[in-house]
Design a protein around this ligand. Sequence first.
Ligand code: YXS
Length: 267
Amino acid sequence: MNRMEPISESLIIKEIKETIGFITLNNPRKYNALCATLLKQLIAALDEFKASNIPVVVIRAPESVKVWSAGHDISELPKTHRDPLGYENPLEIALRAIEEYPGPVIAMVHGSVWGGACDFVITCDMIIGDPSCSFAITPVKIGIPYNASGIMHFINRVGMNIAKEMFFTAQPVDAFRAEQIGILNHLVPTESLEAFTLDFAKTIAAQSSLSIAVIKEQFRILAESHPITPYAFEKIQSLRRKVYDSRDYEEGITAFLEKRKPEFKGE
Ligand code: YXS
């Protein structure tokens, strides 16, 4: 039974199709930029699906959009002297909600994925895309230090080598390369993307949801098990502070909002 329920400010659309939960990003004016309101609604939708024992969730954008998501809403990033991606940042809270959901969360992707939205999709358990999809992680375009958990997501997904290339070039990885390097679980033709994803989700939903939930949590614990000394933690924090306290960081955000190329000075 399909139940389409737009949420109050309708920045996401929540529906259930044949026991599978669907969340559609619905912020077209800003290319589905992940603003705090959208992320709060997405987390609430995941909580509701969890309360209804929905075994699998698919997160998608509306049909045939050019941009799946433009990433963190840049206008909501702190202008300077504050960690732009701290533990309490709405995007970080949403990433943890995806990791902690007791069932697979699948990103169904068509169109381009940018910045924090790229971290968002690779934090999902699996990604199914069509030939129009591409993935770009872009902190260096704006002068952002990113954060350790986000970098770990990329290392775990594509390995150190490719993760460095993605971060240092900030260039989009196209669908074919994304399949080759393990970003995509499946690359399917546009016309069959939705049917394939629904079928794929139903195959998972037919298995033991208790066993899947426990195995997913083991994956999460193991993926995060990187012992780090207090000094290493403090060093990471002080390195990151150097960046978000810098004039380059301020210049990166301002340049984007003023629609001009940033002039970084390395300080
Ligand atoms: O001029 P208006 O008011 O119509 O607004 C423009 C853009 O400012 C707005 N927009 C955004 N607003 C806030 N946050 C964003 N991330 C964002 N992206 C776009 O949407 C309106 C249309 O954008 P426009 O004119 O550039 O459209 P386009 O078709 O020429 O280009 C579409 C994109 C997506 C290629 C382009 O908008 C773009 O490059 N957007 C920024 C992608 C990006 O670098 N995202 C990273 C955000 S920062 C982030 O996610 C992390 C913190 S990090 O950087 O660390 O990864």
